[in-house]
Design a protein around this ligand. Structure first.
Ligand code: SF4
Length: 407
């Protein structure tokens, strides 16, 4: 779908995959491990958008049946590794709702029957507006899905064209209606701003339309020119002009004001929710908790180890059970502390003082981090008080560069 939290960043299927561990992840972990979340990657899309750097493939409808069979085998094999109860299940992509309803239902059923899922588990699915038929909405609702995140991106046909998104903006409202009729009320929209050619007035209109649709959650990401994407190559050739930085900042500021006025709480740098409708699965990423990956290209994090299932459909389909993974990475203490700063600061409530003190008590860069924090507090980009360390509204505008200082 293109959301920035997604953890299945792309290695194109044809590309060389480095350092594959053919035996899977099980030899790197304790036999069964407590895991809070599950991420399932569906790597198929109707078209590969030129800004996307996720692991996705277009035009492989012929592989859907084999992919779902293979996925079910991986789900069953994961059961012996996962100690639940799983609090969240997130099916992302790619475009999960490109799968026929029957196959989507099989995936949901296999997870429910094979894995230790909590009775109040959050079940999220990403969808593209043009794929939400009444049958898909029914398959999701019947399969126990509680939350759908819809990739609207923009309500301006010209801006959708600039992104190479192919849906008609009117399909967003129709999809939401279908999902609500099926009984799914926790609905989120993804929007993108800083699209080439976009004006502030167009962005204001996108937000007005989005909040007018009665959604409970909204993700707004600025367009990123990711390395290696066709969009970035077009920019480098001068064929695409990014919008000015001050316009991008004005768009972000407007989103903060507009959504606040609508009663949506800004809880993460790029995410807003009616209180109680925050995405529990994504919170798990930002809190550095543990989640298990399923599907080719899906990334996981358990016991301080990060790994990715090999992002190649052909290699994935060849096997059974747990798939080969790219070399697992165990961060050292300093790396873990840097990551805790990076993820913790993304939440608007910030890093609680007690946690902050324990993070600053160790690590090779402790002194440098303390100095960086003092500098950013003096600049008015961070607040440190008796409660937490967190961004000021001005700091949010330059959040990425501040987080890099604390890595
Ligand atoms: S719909 Fe486009 S942006 Fe979303 S995952 Fe597919 S290719 Fe990427």
């Amino acid at each position: 779908m293109g959301s920035r939290i997604q953890l299945a960043q792309c290695t194109p299927d044809q590309a060389k995959v480095p350092d594959v561990e053919p035996g899977g992840i099980s030899s790197f972990l304790a036999p069964t491990t407590p895991v809070e979340g599950l991420y399932v990657h569906v790597p198929f899309c109707r078209h590969r958008c030129h800004y996307c750097d996720f692991f996705t493939i277009a035009g492989r409808e012929d592989a859907f049946d084999a992919y779902v069979d293979r996925l079910k085998s991986e789900i069953r094999a994961s059961a012996s590794c996962i100690q639940g109860p799983l609090q969240t299940v997130f099916i992302g992509g790619g475009t999960p709702t490109i799968l026929p309803p029957k196959l989507l239902a099989e995936v949901l059923q296999e997870i429910r029957s094979a894995l230790p899922v909590a009775s109040d588990c959050e079940w999220s699915v990403e969808a593209n507006p043009e794929t939400v038929t009444p049958e898909i909405a029914a398959a999701l609702a019947d399969g126990g899905v509680t939350r759908v995140s819809l990739g609207a991106q923009s309500f301006q046909p010209e801006r959708l064209k600039a992104l190479e998104r192919r849906h008609d903006p009117a399909t967003v409202e129709r999809s939401l209606q279908r999902l609500r009729s099926a009984g799914i009320d926790e609905l989120s929209l993804d929007l993108i701003f800083a699209i080439p050619g976009q004006t502030l007035a167009q962005w204001e209109s996108d937000l007005d339309i989005a909040v007018g649709l009665g959604i409970r959650h909204l993700s707004a990401y600025s367009l990123i020119y990711e390395q290696g994407t066709p969009l970035t190559r077009r920019r480098d050739r001068g064929e695409v002009a990014p919008i000015p930085e001050d316009l991008e900042a004005a768009m972000f500021e407007h989103a903060i004001r507009r959504l606040d006025a609508e009663g949506m709480r800004h809880y993460e740098v790029s995410n807003w929710a009616i209180p109680g409708s925050e995405c529990r699965h994504n919170l798990l990423y930002w809190r550095n908790q543990d989640w298990w990956p399923i599907g080719p290209g899906a990334s996981g994090h358990v016991q301080g180890i990060r790994w990715k299932n090999v992002p190649r459909l052909g290699l994935y389909l060849e096997g059974q059970g747990l798939p080969p993974v790219t070399r697992p990475e165990q961060l050292d203490e300093d790396g873990r502390i840097g990551e805790a700063f990076m993820m913790g600061l993304r939440l608007l409530q910030g890093i609680p003082v007690q946690r902050l003190e324990s993070l600053l008590a160790c690590g090779d860069r402790s002194g440098a981090r303390r100095r960086a924090i003092e500098g950013h507090v003096a600049d008015g980009h961070l607040i440190m008080d008796a409660v937490s360390l967190r961004f000021t509204p001005r700091g949010l505008m330059v959040a990425d560069s501040i987080m890099v200082d604390l890595l």
